[in-house]
Design a protein around this ligand. Structure first.
Ligand code: PMP
Ligand code: GLU
Length: 397
């Protein structure tokens, strides 16, 4: 069969792939310490589940308007007003089947052959492939680990060309945990306004920040870029709702309308029941976030402490999201009975096969030197996984 060439430009999501391998191993009875998938381990809040059950009982199980029910879009308007200080109109809001779907609609509506899209490195695995699926070209903006992966205005300007269409920002960042400060966001806004490119701001980890660092949206810091910015968010991370598949966007009316048209010809509305659940989440108060961070912070501290105790591993303390992103380059060149460790993928494969530890190698995030560990599993799993990791790394010759 001759498949469309676009299928040859992409690979399946590496994060989802490794998570599936780990789950299959667990099914075979193997005790895997699984740090692969990025999702909160706590349950979806009870009041959210109750809203979904009520929706089912009330027969709210049919098609809804394609861009989402009015009440949910109004709740999203309220959320952006409260959190980001911008009041959008309803026609500027689109609800989709997860933030990944939001970003996909966005890429399809905005990019085409010849367009360049700037993606800071390290990046979330799906950004470059979504750009490629839209026939456009990702342009990688290198950042420096020793400077906390901050975007520097001169480096950003060096990536620009007459074909630059947009910059994808992700703060707090998956995989580095970087949270952009006010100065960085002001600098980026200034460059964007001067050179007329759009900003796609993926803020899905906005509720996850530590050590007094606050999340700032570029539209709050520099409201003058709001007309040129698309905010992407969702309930997956903030409310432990990854399986419910609700993400949303706010942005220029023309673009949101085009995304809505693509959605109406592909998925139609996001699930009716999940929309009611998301409505409950967004209107149910903020107490859940404290609970979530109370769960995550000790896990972050333990994971970073344990990783840094292993000779050859250097792990900065992430200040946002829920990933540890240790540098493992010092281990390259070490050997085990079946081969040599030359890349993050070699190390991740060794850890999975020999120590039953699932983590994601750095390459699909654009890094040749790191591994990514999601530290959302229990403290006990982190201890168990890190005990095994210590032994596995010590066994390398
Ligand atoms: N953006 C980033 C940076 C992510 O890590 C993820 C993965 N959850 C998403 C977007 C998509 O999230 P979802 O589709 O579950 O809303
Ligand atoms: N975003 C999460 C991660 O990076 C979930 C998997 C995915 O959608 O890629 O692990």
């Amino acid at each position: 069969m001759k498949l469309a060439t676009r299928t040859t430009r992409i690979v399946p999501s590496p994060t989802l792939n490794i998570a599936a391998t780990a789950k299959a191993m667990v099914k075979q009875g193997i005790d895997v310490a699984d740090f692969s998938i990025g999702e909160p381990s706590c349950d979806t809040p009870a009041f959210v589940k109750a809203a979904a059950q009520a929706a089912i009982q009330a027969g709210f199980t049919k098609y809804t308007p394609v861009p989402g029910i009015d009440e949910l879009r109004e709740a999203i308007i309220e959320k952006f007003h409260q959190d980001q200080g911008i009041r959008y109109e309803k026609a500027q809001i689109l609800v989709s089947c997860g933030a990944k779907h939001t970003l996909y609609n966005l890429a399809q509506a905005l990019f085409e052959s010849g367009d360049e899209v700037i993606i800071p490195v390290p990046y979330w695995v799906s950004y470059p492939d979504q750009v490629r699926l839209a026939d456009a070209t990702p342009v990688f903006l290198q950042t420096d680990e020793s400077k906390g992966y901050a975007i520097e205005p001169a480096a950003l300007e060096a990536c620009l060309s007459p074909h630059t269409k947009a910059l994808i920002l992700n703060s707090p960042c998956n995989p580095t945990g970087t949270v952009y400060n006010r100065q960085t966001l002001e600098d980026i806004a200034r460059v964007a306004l001067r050179h007329h490119f759009l900003i796609i701001s993926d803020e899905i980890y906005e509720k996850m920040h530590y050590d007094g660092m606050e999340h700032l949206s570029i539209v709050s810091v520099a409201p003058e870029v709001a007309p040129h910015t698309i905010l992407v968010n969702g309930v997956s991370k903030a409310f432990a709702m990854t399986g419910w598949r609700i993400g949303y966007a706010a942005g220029p009316k023309e673009l949101i309308t085009a995304m809505n048209h693509i959605q109406s010809q592909s998925t139609s509305n996001p699930t009716s029941i999940s929309q009611k659940a998301a409505l409950a989440a967004l209107t149910g108060g903020t107490s859940f976030f404290a609970e979530l961070m109370g769960d995550l912070e000790p896990k972050r501290n333990l994971m970073v402490e344990r990783l840094n105790k292993i000779p050859g591993i250097m792990c900065p303390t992430p200040i946002g999201a829920f990933y540890a992103f240790p540098n493992v380059a010092a281990l390259f060149g070490r050997r085990h009975p079946k081969g040599i460790i030359s890349t993050p993928s070699d190390l991740a494969t060794y850890l999975l096969n020999e120590a039953n530890i699932a983590c994601v190698p750095g390459e699909p995030f654009g890094s040749p030197a790191h591994l990514r560990f999601s530290y959302t599993p229990t403290l006990e799993t982190i201890h168990r996984g890190m005990d095994r990791m210590e032994t596995a790394i010590q066994a390398l010759a």
